[in-house]
Design a protein around this ligand. Sequence first.
Ligand SMILES: *Cc1c(COP(=O)(O)O)cnc(C)c1O
Length: 409
Amino acid sequence: MIKINDNFHRLPATYLFTEVARRLKAYKEAHPDADIIRMGIGDVTCPICPVAVEAMVNAANEQGNAATFHGYGPEQGYQWLRQAIVDGDYRSRGIHMDIDEIFVSDGAKSDTGNIGDILSADCRVAVTDPVYPVYVDTNVMAGRAGNLTDGKWSRIDYLPCTAANSFVPALPVDNPDVIYLCYPNNPTGTTLTRRQLAEWVEYAKAHNALILFDSAYEAYISSSDVPHSIYEIDGAREVAIEFRSFSKTAGFTGLRCGYTVVPKELKGIAADGTEVSLNHLWLRRQSTKFNGASYVVQRAAEALYTQQGRTQIAETIAYYMRNAKVLREGLSSAGFEVWGGIDAPYIWLRTPGGLSSWEFFDLLLDRCRVAGTPGCGFGPSGEGYFRLTAFGRYEDTIRAVERINSLSI
Ligand SMILES: *Cc1c(COP(=O)(O)O)cnc(C)c1O
């Protein structure tokens, strides 16, 4: 038989969402008429905005005509989309970005997962805890994680984010080479202020670390002291790669489009001591393993940067953030301790009465017929917490809050 990559074999089964699905199925079988409100999945529910749909219809028609047909596009993305990104997401905030620093892709999950291809297998990795599982699992696959004991990988530095530190991670003590930061955060819905993020940039500079900054939820920011891009911080171009996605911004979870920014100042060192541009390495990686996002989808993404596109996206985000407000205020007044929901579509709550995350999952399902996500599924420091999302329908969100309020904790 063929030998497999043993790193994959070391990964535990994806427990969280399969276990959620298993418990939901069992509950439905026992209570066939139960009207369950799903507040757990991290997927959006609102449709794609009209300007993006119109752009796709036009692009699809172009593809059906020999005179306007597009085959393989540039691996890094079409120039017109990268220009729209540079102007719309960076120049508009006073940040200079060259279009060669933008890499359009099929989403941030692939890019945050693949970026490790250009880094040494020896690199020490730090993650905030709880965390988006992709960062940890892809490093396990690359052989960087060591051994798993008590829910932690021996070569990964976990930076706890709990109520005790107001979900602001302390700077690492173990000198990691690579630090994943995701702000606004999934799952906690919390943010870092400009000053707090500046400390991480300073730390990375002083310790030669690389920050991998995931800003998939940037469009949900409402607070003025929360940066939309890490490049709002002086010096970040020398230490950070930024990942963006149209998934949560514009409902592209099923269309697939995002982009990654690799500034030209970023340098790595080869085993023979040569300094190498990370931008060149990522271009090499992408042009070898990736053939570009689809033309039709890139046209849809481009349309988001028009005046109409911006207005239409903002309406959908406002819809979700109204849900977030209902959740945050409703649950607080019911006596829950809640975080998030101001600059992110996630509400993170402390489970009442010292219940474990899974005990609260079962209680909420049984007594309220509301399904959420147990915090422990995102890492050891998520135990005793629970995530609800604002991505549902408004009416369902209201009903869910009413039911949870009747729990009388
Ligand atoms: C949803 C999400 C993404 C987006 O992934 P896509 O592959 O672009 O859909 C990235 N990072 C985090 C933390 C997310 O929650």
